[in-house]
Design a binder for this molecule. Structure first.
Ligand code: ATP
Ligand code: MG
Length: 424
């Protein structure tokens, strides 16, 4: 496996090269490649603009120049003296959806002597026993063919390192991309977060418990370009306020991927009490959920969101049979997205660990439903029964009150926008 060149090593390469070259100075850069997916036709400029805006947002506070557009990718310059911020920038860019790969490299002019020096300065970082040189070009005005340049630089590296050439499975690769006037040299490429830039797919309201599943479900849709507004339902004062704090902590963590999040903390204890009084125990969970769906849809209307998101996974628990999903789903008209519908619990846990929500989901609290939850739950609710029960229950007024009483919290990444000054 080829080791990644660290930002520290990259700055060392640039420093060494600066001493070898006179005239134009080499610059450390990160080439930002975006996936081809979703790039077709009219969507492309919108996709690019949104991605660029998200990148600039993610890099806020690091005092780096804005990335430039360059042949279907972006070029971020890392000026001399910016090493610490550059390392942080690379770290943050790995959480920007829409980025396919990130390539730390050196930007040079296109003189052969410079490319030769670059090969020599990079060569000591070679790992393993074999290597290859790869040349790509976005224009044709370089005097040598790509093959010729590969062979030429390969001979230099071989002389210096004694490594063998292996073009099919090299342990280490030295790559050169030739642009109009410039070239970028690099040795490794990092995987980006992929997906689509957050915001290009519109907005949805996620029903966020503080369990394992709904944070992962929310993240999966952010990855598809959806901005998420969060709704957490709680039974304070009949439970401790711990779930409110845990919901905040989870939303704050997820904001890293979407830069601004809004969380609605909605009190539903009064509604749950009403449901307890009027609905037989086995059906109560379904009615709690119907209330949650309706309230989430009311929030969606207010936020101009076009869908709801839940962490439901078919068959995972009694309330998630197809029958019960239907009994809950019928109270809303917006599409309900369930990105975990077909996932096993282990898969959900693995992803939760990868994105850092799993540990937060284990923080102790009392779920709003555990307090009011009955021992036995109907697993295959009949719609006719649900409708008969629903006729007896009147919670519309209580639901309006719950929305009005909701607390709203906003979260920003990397930090809150500066307050607008009233003085010029
Ligand atoms: P999770 O791990 O997301 O809590 P779960 O496996 O515990 O899911 P349920 O408790 O049946 O499953 O909840 C199913 C879905 O309903 C959750 O994924 C979430 O989207 C929504 N939900 C449940 N409780 C709440 C709550 N208190 N506030 C907001 N949404 C909730
Ligand atoms: Mg739960």
């Amino acid at each position: 496996m080829q080791e990644h060149l660290t930002i520290q090593q990259l700055f060392q390469v640039v420093g060494d090269l600066s001493q070898q070259l006179d005239g134009e100075q080499p610059v450390a850069v990160i080439l930002i490649h975006y996936g081809e997916l979703g790039l077709k036709g009219k969507n492309r400029p919108r996709f690019e603009q949104k991605l660029l805006r998200n990148i600039r947002q993610a890099l806020q506070g690091l005092k780096l120049p804005a990335p430039q557009r360059l042949y279907g990718r972006f070029l971020l310059r890392l000026p001399v003296g910016s090493m610490e911020n550059a390392a942080e920038a690379l770290h943050r860019l790995q959480s920007v959806f829409g980025i396919a790969t990130l390539t730390p490299g050196v930007l040079l002019s296109q003189r052969l002597a410079e490319l030769e020096e670059a090969a020599k300065v990079f060569a000591p970082f070679a790992t393993g026993r074999t290597f290859a040189v790869r040349v790509k070009r976005s224009q044709k005005n370089f005097p040598m063919s790509s093959r010729q340049l590969e062979a030429h630089l390969g001979a230099l590296i071989q002389q210096q390192t004694g490594l063998k050439v292996n073009l099919s499975h090299p342990d280490w690769t030295f790559s050169v991309e030739l642009f109009d006037q410039s070239a970028v040299c690099y040795t490794s490429r990092l995987r980006g977060a992929r997906g689509l830039p957050v915001g290009v797919s519109g907005k949805a309201v996620a029903l966020l418990s503080t369990g394992i599943d709904s944070p992962v479900a929310s993240w999966k849709l952010m990855k598809r370009g959806v901005s998420i507004v969060f709704a957490h339902f709680h039974s304070v004062p009949y439970t401790t306020p711990a779930s409110l704090q845990n919901a905040r902590t989870i939303v704050e963590h997820l904001t890293r991927w979407q830069y601004h999040s809004r969380l609605y903390l909605v009190p539903i204890a009064e509604i749950q009490k009403q449901i307890m009084l009027q609905i037989p125990a086995p059906y109560r969970v379904i009615f709690y959920r119907r209330t949650m769906y309706r309230l989430a849809e009311a929030i969606a209307r207010r936020e101009k969101a076009l869908a709801l998101v839940t962490g439901e996974s078919v068959g995972q628990v009694a309330s998630q049979t197809l029958e019960n999903l239907q009994a809950v789903n019928e109270v809303v008209s917006l599409p309900v997205l369930r990105p975990l519908a077909g996932d096993d619990k282990e898969e959900i846990i693995a992803l939760g660990k990868e994105i850092g929500t799993y540990e937060l989901s284990l923080l102790p609290d009392e779920d709003c439903c555990t307090l009011f939850i009955p021992k036995n739950v109907v697993t295959k609710a009949k719609l006719a029964t649900i409708h008969t029960l629903a006729q007896k229950l009147d919670v519309a007024e209580l639901e309006s009150q719950a929305i009005a009483a909701a607390e709203i919290a906003d979260f920003y990444y990397p930090s809150a926008p500066a307050p607008v000054s009233s003085h010029p």
